[in-house]
Design a protein around this ligand. Sequence first.
Ligand code: PHE
Length: 498
Amino acid sequence: MAEKSPAADVEAGLLAHLNSADEVPDSRSFASSLGVSHLELKGVIKSLSAFRIVESTDIIKETWVLTEEAKGYAAKGSPEAQLVAAIPPEGASKDALKAKLGDAFDVGMKAAARNKWIGFDKGNKDLVLRKVESVKDELQEQLRRLENGEAVPDRVIDDLKRRKLITKEKSIWHSLKKGPEFVLKRKTLATDVTTEHLRSGDWKDLEFKDYNYGAQGQPIAKGYVQPLMEVREAIENIFIMMGFTEMPTNNFVESSFWNFDALFQPQQHPARDSHDTFFLKAPATTQQLPDDYLEKVKQVHQSGGYGSKGYVYDWKRDEAEKNLLRTHTTAVSTRMLYKLAQEKPFAPKRYYSIDRVFRNEAVDRTHLAEFHHIEGLICDYGLTLGDLIGVLEDFLSSLGMSKLRFKPAYNPYTEPSMEIFSYHDGLKKWVEVGNSGMFRPEMLLPMGLPEGVNVIAWGLSLERPTMILYGIDNIRDLFGPKVDFNLIKSNPLCRLGL
Ligand code: PHE
């Protein structure tokens, strides 16, 4: 037969004891009675409690434990007692004693002198004399008592603390009783039916372990959705529920014309500087611009029209032809509105897009050079700022942002324009969530949209609400090479609007 493991012995000892004595008031002294460490007994208790064979109650105690130095004194005697024991009847020189006692010499000399156990020769100050026959080593006694977990008077504790011989430690012991499933010897339960069991037929006599329905399953090896994409899908669903259609955003490269000029953004505008925008080296320009429309855009920039004075400057086609990485998805909205304007008769539309945009700016905890824009627009006769506010309230409250404030703002392509702020209950402050406005007639009329048709539109970043929802405070933890795959795997589904 195989030899019993020590743990099995400890288990047998504990169960036998409980069987006859019904309880173990203190696991620590029980461990020493078995001659095993408390840690070893603890492992056995844990496993027996899991099967409710024993019932364990924690006893949390703060105890004094001996420092390494004190353990030495408990074994070999206090330094003062060691010193006295080292002095022969005729006395000993300090050097000789130092050699014998080592580190304990200084402390021993002081304490022994205080106790009047030693004296000095009158003529020879270097000669240490013993003044007592034998000493009672109280320090050693007290240290040993503490080591055994026995009580020691407070006065002694204070003294030991002062001498830095003891430190306080929190320890958990257990008191033990029989549990509802108590047995003197536990059966090993089978966990699975194996082919061996089936062949030998011993499965008929085996006892099987109960299923643990509360146990967590193994993580499934599958792909996981990036939080940004998860929130994107949730937002898409909101747009779709509100009757919006998706715009095609599959062109990261855009011309300055569609990104800026068609939006009535003047060619001297600072956003058109390479400090803010990534321009392309190759192909640096585009030739595919609609000439008729381009002419109208040129006119409105240079000399106005449709009740506007324009910007009064020399508009250059070269500037409009420069290719760039789109800085906003409003470039896509502009293309779509132009397309819509060509379809006769005019039909109202609700459009949305969620895709990547690029800005040449300093990267920090909340900014990257590329991020995602969420954009929505409604195009219809007679829309007002009130409609915009109403739609924003509907849309944003579905996203969980229902306390909103609007602040007048400026965009070259919208008038009026409003920044959108939402009160964040967790952060306890107003956070800017987006920008919005009514597209200007200088933008819409050159496209050929009928007079009286208005467009209300808004844009937000996808990263901002995702970071708030997932409690992420550094954008680089959400997007880019530093994203932790475990975060993506373990991320719970965040429901918007809850
Ligand atoms: N294009 C704006 C931005 O880059 C957002 C916006 C969209 C503003 C539509 C008004 C209307 O932030």
